[in-house]
Design a protein around this ligand. Structure first.
Ligand SMILES: [Zn+2]
Length: 171
């Protein structure tokens, strides 16, 4: 039996989990793709990502499958994202770093530069250095698990992911 989207008056299949609490744990509602996007837009976790990326994120196993995750648990959504970001073969980009001036940055990129607090068009290698600095500052492990810092780290990680995609894709 299929679940129906929990959004007002929606009759589509609800296959995406939307946490009821901000700490992405415990209770969730099931929503269709259209409404999980709406939900996420309001929640602002996925700002700066395009539809395909959001879809892939939600379809992946990184989502809110496990109850009561702390940031420190190994399968926490953003922890996995964050590790993917760091593990990626970023050195490939380094070789092409001289070409960054040719990149056309869109609004999401500009927002991401702002989130990271770096000038638009900064070299990728320097963005990476800045990102690592910010991670150290905002990592919840350094801040007694304070949710405020976790939120900030999520935004930083999404911004970094956005820019990585841009630098990689258009070089
Ligand atoms: Zn719906």
């Amino acid at each position: 039996m299929k679940n129906i989207c929990d959004w007002n008056n929606c009759n589509d299949v609800g296959e995406f989990r939307a946490p009821k609490e901000r700490d992405n744990s415990k209770d969730y509602r099931l929503l269709c793709f259209k409404h999980i996007k709406e939900f996420n837009k309001n929640w602002n976790y996925f700002s700066g990502m395009n539809e395909a990326e959001i879809f892939n994120f939600l379809k992946s196993d990184m989502t809110w499958h496990k109850p009561t995750q702390s940031f420190s648990s190994s399968d926490n959504f953003f922890k996995v994202l964050w590790q993917n970001v760091l593990d990626d073969k970023i050195d490939i980009i380094q070789k092409k770093d001289n070409f960054h001036k040719k990149i056309m940055f869109d609004n999401n990129d500009i927002k991401s530069f702002e989130v990271l607090g770096v000038p638009v068009g900064l070299k990728w290698t320097e963005i990476k250095i800045k990102f690592k600095k910010l991670v150290k500052i905002f990592h919840p492990d350094m801040n007694a698990g304070d949710k405020k810092y976790e939120e900030k780290l999520k935004l930083i990680t999404l911004a970094y992911t956005q820019l990585k995609k841009t630098y990689k894709g258009k070089n």
